[in-house]
Design a protein around this ligand. Structure first.
Ligand SMILES: NC(=[NH2+])NCCC[C@H](N)C(=O)O
Length: 400
């Protein structure tokens, strides 16, 4: 069994899970893009080129790249996994029994790779042959019977490794809910992950991976806002303590709006003690330190400035905020384009979108090597290098 896991944001990245954008992006139209959480209609071929360049930049630095659809297709070779995948994909109440049975027969007849295509790009009403009945007649021809999952691109959100466990998350937005049925299937059924213990699960209160930052071994920050809920953090913290994965969880309230949908849209770690942070929130970000009380319950400290609470929990003098020194308007523009959403490949080595010229220059001034990638099309889903990657293995940080 290969060993997987990560206990920081910056230990040398060894294996990462990505999703190469595919036909699910071709489902986006100006009528459905808001609901499907895209701010525009991406040029798919260019998005794929940009993504291939991203993956290559990672491979060039020794990272093993796993693709979600490849793992899914391999998983679907197994009859039990196929059954589970089909049953969960068809569980929606909008289908009704007749259509559900028809689609189940159809999907059972599909080869694993085709099934992956249906599970990720969805099925539209006018694509179904046979099985016509009341529901198919009454639904519009372009209604989805199985919704496409364009946000699969953001593998960060649908699972998170914490030490040697993987948390299957619970996504808040209806357009993304099914994603975690697929990550759960992969982690529980794919031979590569046999024996891996999971945490959380899509049936539980909402926690999204973009909100979860492994600040240091044993210290996890969880953003609470549009996506992860107070109750989600509570369960996550309790489980993390119970499984001895952490000694402190910092619950970090973030503004409930699209620009700051996840904690990683405002800050990401770029070194063991350095974080790049959106200047417009730097002074107001606060955290509640949550620790186990020793009797199975949680102890919650009063809120403190985030950097103070983080440094205490990490047992370091200071968590240095890289001061990008940007004026509020440039900062706002670059935050929107995921300037703060960097993916660390190792301490002081991070991938960032090339378009965030000012933030990247300041990162370099602070001694961070920046690997720049293009993201004009990828960025239309509002996610940067960190959102588009789920670290499966990182080397432990050097201790000195
Ligand atoms: N970790 C992140 N910041 N992910 C970004 C996800 C973007 C995606 N369109 C959504 O709205 O859910």
């Amino acid at each position: 069994m290969t060993t997987h896991g990560a206990d920081s944001e910056v230990g040398r990245l060894q294996t990462v899970l990505l999703h190469r954008p595919g036909n699910e992006l071709k489902r986006l139209t100006p009528r459905n893009n808001d609901r499907l959480l895209f701010d525009g209609i991406p040029w798919v071929a260019r998005a794929q080129e940009e993504h291939d360049a991203f993956a290559q930049a990672l491979r060039d630095r020794g990272v093993e790249v796993l693709y979600l659809t490849e793992l899914l297709t391999e998983t679907l070779q197994d009859p039990d996994a196929r059954n589970r995948a089909i049953t969960t994909a068809l569980a929606g109440l909008h289908l009704g029994d007749t259509l559900r049975q028809h689609l189940a027969r159809f999907l059972h007849g599909a080869a694993p790779e085709e099934l992956t295509g249906y599970l990720t790009a969805g099925i539209r009403n006018d694509e179904v042959t046979g099985g016509q009945g009341l529901v198919t007649s009454l639904l519009a021809s372009d209604d989805f019977l199985i919704d496409p999952l364009p946000n699969l691109l953001f593998t960060r959100d649908s699972s998170v490794w914490v030490r040697d466990r993987v948390a299957v998350t619970s996504l808040a937005m209806p357009a993304r809910r099914r994603e975690t049925q697929l990550t759960e299937l992969i982690y529980t059924e794919h031979p590569r992950f046999a024996g891996t213990r999971t945490l959380h699960g899509w049936q539980h209160e909402h926690v999204e991976g973009g909100d979860v930052l492994l600040l240091a071994p044993g210290v996890i920050a969880v953003g609470v806002g549009e996506r992860s809920t107070p109750a989600g953090v509570e369960r996550f913290a309790r489980q993390a303590f119970h499984a001895d994965l952490a000694h402190t969880v910092l619950a970090v309230p973030i503004t409930q709006e699209r620009a700051t949908m996840h904690l990683d849209t405002v800050c990401t770690m770029v070194d063991a003690d350095k974080i790049v942070m959106y200047p417009n929130v730097a002074d107001s970000l606060r955290a509640y330190a949550v620790t186990p009380d020793g009797e199975g319950a949680l102890r919650v400290a009063d809120a403190e400035p985030f950097l103070v609470a983080a440094a205490k929990a990490m047992e370091i003098d200071t968590l240095h905020q890289i001061d990008t020194g940007l004026d509020p308007v440039t900062a706002e523009r670059e935050q929107w384009d995921d300037g703060n959403n960097t993916l660390a490949l190792a301490p002081r080595l991070a991938v960032a979108y090339e378009r965030n010229v000012e933030t990247n220059a300041r990162l370099e001034d602070a001694g961070i090597e920046v690997v720049r990638i293009a993201g004009s099309e990828l960025g239309s889903g509002r996610g940067g290098p960190r959102c588009m990657s789920c670290p499966v293995s990182r080397a432990p940080l050097p201790t000195d």
